[in-house]
Write a new protein. Structure first.
Length: 672
């Protein structure tokens, strides 16, 4: 037993001091679990052979994302599982707009093909039908890539009926080097085998397929169940082009037919289609990506031979804005839960009404309350009661001019007030956040700016009279494209500062002073590993009613990311006496055994960063009791087994006190 305990204590010394404190939950803004990016391109296959369709989602600017279907064949629900792609993600091209699943080596599992600015790339599945594993093979398309330019969309189909896959390539707008005419479709016959393809250009297979515009996105399917493949072409215009095969299965002749897909919307100018029986009813549904990232699902409510497509928004509902999303919370409709407001690139505020509860939020998009407000390009609104009349007003920044404007809630309408913040100004792209930083009863304002170190703070020294203050945020390095949020992140009754920047990263400054005289210390650990692609804009609210501030981050693409706060809810850390200890110490908890609450006392001999955490018998962290800068002193804290994010069972637990010069671990027993 002593040997086992020694090994366990040694294991503790190597545990990451700053583990994940936040859990990303995609379902709040994407009930399907799929988060989209601009110019989305979906591809479906049952990659893990569990009877439902998984998703590989391409986009304009990042490596493709893999989503495992953790739902059913009839009701899909997706979870991001990019760890499956980790061995090859570094080899994925930055621009992976056009992914495809296909078995090109004839071993009865799915390989991955990626089309984009790097040509067509092949990733062979060297795993199994249930446990895929991929490696890049760089020789398969060496004869094809010189012929297709740098924006080619591949599609695979056995068009000549000889038992192997042929290749069709839709040509897009190549921005680098020579390329074929944008909008045409090229064909390559497989003159090799199902196990070892050899591609030979043969445009007779594309007889009748016209130039459809700036881009061509082919998708093949036997939509009318006549035993040959039909073709749907997405393009850089508002509508699809549909071709029936009026030749034979081995010698296709394509004839344009327009009626079948005439009911599909025509507002999105960019459409990348695929077909899949996503609802498990035995016929093919139409799914396509769009320029703003939305995935649209048209359910086939007809039959296997007479399809009828009807839009169903439930499958890939994404709650986002047009671009440059921002985050602020408040109970706008006064129903006891948090609603959300966001800015956008389209000169308007976007309202997300909470139709759920204070513990189970359901945020639904609505423009009605603010439709009359011309908010300005890349507006940055926050909910705040600026006139102290017990309703929620709006204070907003804007790109051009760097001004801040108040919109006063008059009950049924809003009035624009430019005088309140007439002397509040930054050079460009004002991003406000407000809090009472000196406990005088008035809300002060910190305004982020697009320029480096141009972020400015203004004290509210009387009823909405603002004067610039250059000392209160001394020590804070404000970045370019600063998007600040003031919130009591560590629950110590003062405001901390979290900054989002243009690179999508977060920088956290903990207030180690007090609520009247803040002192800022950079903390690199609390938000470590959390970032978005570009232009991160954080906001906080206790969305699930557990006493902890959860976080939502807006970003350039218009998406939102929700992070649940996993910190343990504990009583305030209290000093037990005024005598400074001469040495560090961690006392035995009492009572011990305990159920459900126990008290832990400890002594800090010198000021510094202090970590006090609880672990289970396997060394897994279960609670963070302290994780901040502390002055020298004697402290005690209450820990409750019911306040952690997962249920604790009876057994042995360990708690560890750690500073820069001291570490001690003690054992305690939970006995239910």
């Amino acid at each position: 037993m002593k040997k086992q305990l020694l090994l366990l204590l040694l294991c503790f010394s190597f545990i990451n001091l700053y583990p994940q404190n936040w859990e990303r939950i995609d379902s709040l803004f994407s009930p399907s679990g799929v988060t989209v990016k601009s110019f989305s391109a979906p591809a479906f296959a049952d990659l893990d052979n569990d009877g439902d369709f998984d998703l590989l989602l391409g986009n304009l600017s990042d490596p493709a994302d893999y989503y495992e279907n953790i739902g059913t064949a009839q009701l899909p629900k997706f979870k991001l599982k990019n760890e499956l792609l980790e061995p090859i993600h570094t080899g994925f091209p930055t621009n992976t707009d056009y992914p495809a699943f296909v078995d090109l080596d004839g071993d009865l599992d799915y390989d991955i093909v990626i089309g984009g600015y790097s040509g067509i790339l092949f990733y062979e599945n060297i795993g199994t039908i249930t446990n895929p594993e991929f490696r890049e093979v760089d020789t398969l398309f060496t004869t094809v890539n010189p012929l297709i330019g740098t924006d080619a969309r591949p599609a695979f189909v056995d068009i000549d009926g000889d038992g192997d896959f042929d290749l069709f390539v839709g040509i897009g707008e190549s921005l680098i080097g020579p390329a074929p005419t944008a909008g045409i479709t090229l064909a390559f016959r497989n003159i090799g085998s199902a196990h070892s393809p050899i591609w030979q250009q043969d445009n007779s297979l594309a007889t009748g397929i016209a130039d459809v515009g700036l881009n061509a996105y082919p998708a093949f399917v036997d939509i009318d169940n006549d035993n040959d493949y039909d073709l749907l072409l997405g393009r850089d215009l508002q509508s699809f082009v549909y071709y029936q095969n009026n030749g034979t299965a081995s010698a296709p002749v394509w004839l344009g037919v327009y009626a079948l897909f005439s009911g599909v919307e025509t507002t999105n100018y960019w459409k990348d289609p695929t077909f899949c029986d996503l609802d498990g009813d035995g016929d093919f549904d139409l799914i396509y990506g769009t320029d703003d990232g939305d995935i649209l699902f048209y359910e086939n409510n007809g039959t296997i031979s007479t399809p009828s497509f009807v839009y169903n928004p439930a499958y890939f509902l994404i709650k986002k804005v047009s671009g440059s999303s921002t985050v602020s919370f408040g109970d706008f409709d006064n129903d006891g839960d948090f609603d959300m407001i966001s800015g956008s690139t389209l000169n308007n505020f976007q309202y997300f009404k909470n139709d759920g509860t204070s513990t189970n939020p359901i945020l639904n998009k609505s423009t009605a309350p603010f439709s009359s407000i011309a908010a300005g390009f890349r507006c940055s609104p926050i909910f705040v009661d600026i006139d102290k009349d017990s309703d929620v007003d709006i204070v907003s920044g804007v790109a051009t001019g760097g001004k801040v404007t108040a919109y006063i809630n008059n009950g049924s309408s809003f009035s624009t007030n430019t005088s309140i913040f007439s002397n509040v100004l930054v050079n460009y792209q004002s991003v406000p956040t407000m809090a009472d930083m000196n406990e005088d009863g008035y809300l002060d304002i910190l305004v982020g700016s697009d320029d480096q170190n141009d972020t400015r703070f203004y004290l509210n020294d009387s009823a909405n009279h603002f004067t610039q203050n250059t000392t209160l945020f001394t020590g804070v390095d404000f970045p370019r494209s600063c998007r600040p949020a003031l919130a009591d992140v560590d629950n110590d009754n003062d405001f901390d500062l979290l900054i989002g920047d243009m690179w999508g990263e977060l920088k956290y400054y903990e207030n180690i002073g007090n609520s009247r005289e803040p002192l800022w210390q950079l903390n690199d650990t609390l938000f470590a590993g959390i970032e978005v692609k570009q232009a991160a804009h954080p906001g906080f609210a206790d969305l699930d009613g557990d006493g902890r501030l959860d976080m939502v981050i807006g970003e350039y693409d218009g998406n939102f990311s929700y992070y649940k706060n996993l910190f343990a809810v504990v009583s305030d850390v209290k000093e037990t006496n005024n005598t400074l200890p001469q040495s560090f110490a961690l006392e035995q908890n009492y009572p011990n055994p305990f159920n459900p609450t126990t008290t832990i006392e400890y002594k800090i001999a010198e000021p510094g960063f202090v970590s006090l955490k609880v672990f289970d018998a396997l060394g897994r962290e279960v609670a963070v009791l302290a994780n901040s800068f502390m002055q020298a002193g004697s402290y005690k804290i209450n820990f409750s087994s019911t306040s952690v994010s997962k249920q604790l069972t009876s057994g042995i637990y360990f708690y560890r006190l750690e500073t820069s010069s001291f570490t001690q671990i003690k054992k305690m027993i939970l006995l239910k």
